[in-house]
Design a protein around this ligand. Sequence first.
Ligand code: SF4
Length: 244
Amino acid sequence: MLDGDDLALEIDLPALLDEVEFFDAQTLLAWALERFGRRLAVATSFQIDGMAIIDMAWRIDPHVRIITVDSGRLPSETHALMDAVREKYQVPIEVFYPNTAELEGFVRREGLNPFLRSVDLRKQCCSIRKVHPLRKVLGGLDAWVSGVRRDQYFTRSDAQPLEVDAANGGLIKVNPLITRTEAEVWHYIREWDVPYNPLYDQGYTSIGCAPCTRAVAPDAPPRAGRWWWEDGGHKECGINYRTD
Ligand code: SF4
């Protein structure tokens, strides 16, 4: 297992990608858990992809670290699911919150729902409530696991099983589900009786903060229910949006 301080010097991404080239999701997770140990965590917002990863990882290592950011605007269904995860898997969930002073200043300046006024304010809200707290946590890790799939959105279509997360300090981002389809993830959820957010049964296909997520028509693009009032641009909060 690598020491955290030495990791940045030792990352040879092409070599690592060669090593994992033919790994399926579980094999990649097992490889990552073995390689990075407690300096790896599953970061999740408890959507179906994250739930499948939690279940897979827990079957490999029942003490796997699970981290999440509570933006303060999550639906009650997501909070209930977090408790269901805690109960079923008997693992603590490491919940992180926005910086109080930063959030208070933003709300005082811009109000409680500034995201409705402009894309720029929406991105500021996402940064303060989600990206900055996650970035702080990731700073203490060598690797994190995400639920990104290539078929979710155009910004994710070239995602690789391992990436260097330059935006968060250069740690490794492990993406076990990139080649899985939404149907395959649902198959896993049903097969293993994995708990999931009941909002999916109400027509939601992507679930984030309550005021910024809604149900969509069955044939709508998967992320159509996120920030649905915005025209153009990308529908990412910044956590999984790669600028490299
Ligand atoms: S999803 Fe909406 S409420 Fe949540 S952080 Fe982003 S803009 Fe703010």
